[in-house]
Design a protein around this ligand. Sequence first.
Ligand SMILES: Cc1cc2nc3c(=O)[nH]c(=O)nc-3n(C[C@H](O)[C@H](O)[C@H](O)COP(=O)(O)OP(=O)(O)OC[C@H]3O[C@@H](n4cnc5c(N)ncnc54)[C@H](O)[C@@H]3O)c2cc1C
Length: 441
Amino acid sequence: MTLDRRSFIKVLGGASGLALAGCATQGGSGAAAPAPAIGKTQEILPKGSARRVVVVGGGYGGAIAAKYVRMLDKSIEVVMVERNRQFISCPFSNFYIAGITKDMNSITIGYDKLAANHGVKMVYAEVTLIDPAAKKVITTEGTLAYDRLIVSPGIDFRSEEIEGYDAKAQEAFPHAWKAGHQSTLLRNQLQAMKDGGTVIISMPLTPYRCPPGPYERSCLIAGYLKKHKPKSKLILLDANPDVVSKKPLFTKAWTTYYKDNFQYVGGKKVTQVNVAGKSVSIEGIEDFKGDVFNVIPPQRAADIAVKSGLVGEDKRWCPVDVVSFESRRHKDVHVIGDAAIAGAMPKSGYSANSQAKVCAINVVNLMNGKPTVDISGINVCYSAVSEHESVSIAAVYTVKDGAIIAVPNSGGISPADFSLTKAEHAYGESWLRNILTEMST
Ligand SMILES: Cc1cc2nc3c(=O)[nH]c(=O)nc-3n(C[C@H](O)[C@H](O)[C@H](O)COP(=O)(O)OP(=O)(O)OC[C@H]3O[C@@H](n4cnc5c(N)ncnc54)[C@H](O)[C@@H]3O)c2cc1C
């Protein structure tokens, strides 16, 4: 990368909302290139002779992919584009929603150290389109050329499948399925609710981000109600016919800890919300009334993946090569994390982290003319069943016959007698600290 000092200062000074970091670690050519004018169609960082990987999204997948490409080959320039200056983790956001943690500090990270320690160049902007033919991403701050692109933008919602669930309704009946403002809305509503009220959580059919997440949320909110609003109750409306993750463990928690204030109902797909009437409708045949609603809508790959033609025929998720995570739609573009179709791997932060490392290795190998390596993926998902107790599910993944499968007998779920729940709670907290530290340093 030959971003000369004059261009760098101009970029830093000239673009509101745009920040670059990590450039100081790059070797400049010394040649004085003309300073780029900043505009939506102008290049943000003109690409020099160095090979460049651009990463879209600085979450569980993107931050790790950016870091590992740099760790594996310092001659490759890495630019990461992220819309937010801070990343707020969904994992452990349920503790905040249920009033157990007082703020979101422990689940919030920035990117300064990633930039300073690894020379990842940060661009804070919204990516509005990927142009695979021109090998460019278009952002709200200008364009960026790439040799290879890694896309890890997470999910967006198929809100159109729930009548009335528009932007305004999402403020009244928050989904809290992206952490931050939405988590605060739900937390505040729970705290403002009168004792004796009814909380309703609705969850979509699979696949969606974090299979056990809604069940964990139900346990923590039921625990909050039991402690602070004992006359209140919680109903979980599951669009799936039955519990899709860690069933024996969640069922045990519901029937022992929360038997007086919790009800699970399977096979109830919410198709309409009525904010004024404080109810949700199940396919027009049954209404559930309540005081606080947490509507988790059906999901798909994030908007940028859909707009850029990375999704498959279902228009929802991105088909990828299971070894390199290269898109089956566009050459030299790789998709990881929740947005990708990754066979048996669940849509989790742990999976995204694991895929990011395999993808980074293969991107670097491909750029250096070396053979790709198969995934050895891992996922462990801790879920709280109460304030101080957690359970887990774990598996190792491999590629077999062109598909990512779970290695037989490589994992499992926690013991049904809850003998490890306190220890697993500590392991879960430690996992969160480690993974967020790995993403941000
Ligand atoms: C309540 C809850 C609890 C969870 N608990 C766990 C858990 O305990 N363990 C676990 O492993 N997983 C858990 N998950 C799942 C986990 O959060 C996701 O699987 C993970 O975040 C996926 O990583 P990702 O990189 O695909 O997306 P994300 O982490 O969401 O990152 C996407 C990033 O891309 C950025 N972005 C998107 N589009 C653009 C654009 N156009 N321009 C610029 N930037 C863009 C976003 O701002 C975001 O920072 C949980 C999820 C929820 C909702």
